[in-house]
Design a protein around this ligand. Structure first.
Ligand SMILES: Nc1ncnc2c1ncn2[C@@H]1O[C@H](COP(=O)(O)OP(=O)(O)OP(=O)(O)O)[C@@H](O)[C@H]1O
Ligand SMILES: [Mg+2]
Length: 444
């Protein structure tokens, strides 16, 4: 076994290296987080492949948490070393995919079994690391992880950009279906007339234009997970078929003469009130109750307290190799901003901060400037808490709405994306657009 030992304390490195090599373990030691990035990403050190990593959390320069954040697709399992009284950091490290943590002081006799155990673990499923330490997020994550154990459908309800897809992936990774594929299907991105064929599959000749037999998303999901994004966009007819598939665990491709088994777990997401769609007769009540067997509301970012700072730092780090620092007034602006586009908007903001900041400081002024240009900003509302709406000319709400939507459409060129950002469904947006004489030109 070859261990990558990353710690800034030369005394500790020497002592542990000696003790571990006496037990037949090969040690490659590194004195900084920066130096560990490459070996963790590639699984190879200067002297050859490494099997497991011991990573100190507190180091000058890049600390262990930052290393974990920056090595999302690691090849090497990581055991972290924490100092006295840094349990929250250890929790954060586990969330970032570390397989175990040990408190200092630590000796080779304790460490070795932990390393052997780490070697037996599957590589960490870091794609599903969900950052958050606020009370609403912790209780949400607890419910999410518990829901993963069940086999019933889960309905994730949350504003655009709150992380619904990330949560669906985590549900998959922690469930009994993880060995199968995760198949995401966005109902808003497919024209109505293709929905059924895309979902259920179709035999050649089933419809005019169906020149070949195609497998649908539902059978592609196999024994894995079928993620139905924007499920409220499904037409009533397809809803009926979907209900049957979920209830009877069978499906029939278009034009086929026999059923197939449907074994995947169903996770659905919606950013608007599905219950309202049920009341309005646009969504089948029976399907709603099936999908909402476990309904999990995902908290909007503005209700997650200082998670916004945690996320901002994490994404600043991921977006740049320069050591960018969020200043206290930068933090203050972020805390007060409403984030209509939630985490996706924050990620986008930090990417632009990393790109446009000439200095290493990311301060309030820069944040203000970036928010003004944010494709997510809601001009009809005050962007910051406690600020009066911008006065401007005397415009009607409809005019405001039209200008805003037009701007978003020209920026993003994507109707579904714009519908998501402004929080209305795609069909409603398309109705508005045709009423205003706007053509739908972008990709769906
Ligand atoms: N808690 C979190 N920690 C880290 N990254 C997050 C978190 N929540 C969301 N993200 C990131 O924010 C972005 C948006 O997340 P995601 O696509 O899952 O949101 P969504 O709710 O599905 O959005 P939409 O409603 O627009 O489809 C992604 O880049 C995702 O990785
Ligand atoms: Mg999504």
């Amino acid at each position: 076994m070859r261990v990558l030992l990353v710690d800034d304390d030369p005394g500790l490195r020497l002592a542990l290296s000696k003790a571990l090599s006496r037990k037949g373990v090969d040690v490659v030691d590194l004195s900084s987080g920066e130096a560990a990035l490459e070996p963790l990403r590639t699984g190879t050190s200067t002297v050859g492949p490494v099997d497991v990593c011991v990573l100190d959390l507190r180091m000058p320069g890049m600390g262990g948490l930052e290393v974990l954040r920056r090595t999302q697709a690691r090849r090497v399992p990581v055991v972290v070393l924490t100092g006295h009284g840094t349990v929250p950091d250890a929790v954060e490290a586990m969330r970032l995919g570390a397989v175990n943590f040990m408190q200092k002081p630590v000796d080779a006799d304790e460490l070795l079994p932990a390393l052997q155990q780490a070697l037996r673990e599957e590589p960490p499923a870091i794609a599903t690391a969900i950052l958050g330490a606020s009370a609403p997020m912790l209780s949400f994550l607890e419910r999410l992880d518990r829901a993963a154990q069940a086999d019933e459908p889960v309905l994730l309800i949350g504003e655009p950009g709150t992380g619904k897809e990330l949560c669906a992936r985590r549900l998959h990774d922690l469930s009994g279906h993880r060995k199968g594929p995760f198949v995401a299907f966005n109902a808003a991105s497919v024209p109505d007339e293709w929905l059924e064929g895309e979902l259920f599959g179709q035999r050649r000749g089933a419809l005019t234009g169906a020149t070949e037999t195609r497998e649908g998303m539902m059978s592609r999901a196999g024994e894995g997970t079928l993620f139905l994004d924007d499920v409220g966009e499904l037409g009533l007819e397809v809803q009926g078929k979907l209900l049957r598939a979920i209830e009877e665990r069978r499906l029939r491709p278009l034009g086929a003469d026999a059923d197939k088994l449907f074994r995947a777990r169903v996770i659905a997401a919606t950013h608007h009130d599905l219950k309202g769609a049920v009341d309005a007769g646009r969504f089948r009540a029976d399907l709603y109750y099936h999908l909402a067997a476990i309904a999990l509301p995902v908290p909007p970012l503005r209700e997650r307290g200082d998670d916004v700072i945690l996320l901002a730092r994490a994404y600043l780090g991921r977006s740049s190799d320069r050591p960018l620092v969020l200043t206290p007034d930068g933090e203050e602006r972020l805390r007060r901003y409403r984030f209509p586009g939630n985490v996706r908007e924050l990620v986008n903001l930090m990417k632009r901060a990393a790109l446009f900041s000439e200095r290493l400081d990311v301060d309030g002024e820069l944040i203000d400037e970036l928010v003004q240009q944010s494709p997510f900003a809601d001009v009809a509302r005050a962007p910051f808490e406690g600020e009066a709406p911008r006065a401007g000319e005397r415009v009607t709400l409809e005019e405001l709405e039209k200008t805003h939507i037009k701007r978003l459409l020209s920026e993003l060129n994507n109707v579904s994306e714009v519908a998501r950002i402004v929080g209305i469904d795609r069909r409603t947006l398309q109705r508005k657009m045709s009423a205003w004489g706007l053509r739908d030109q972008g990709p769906q």
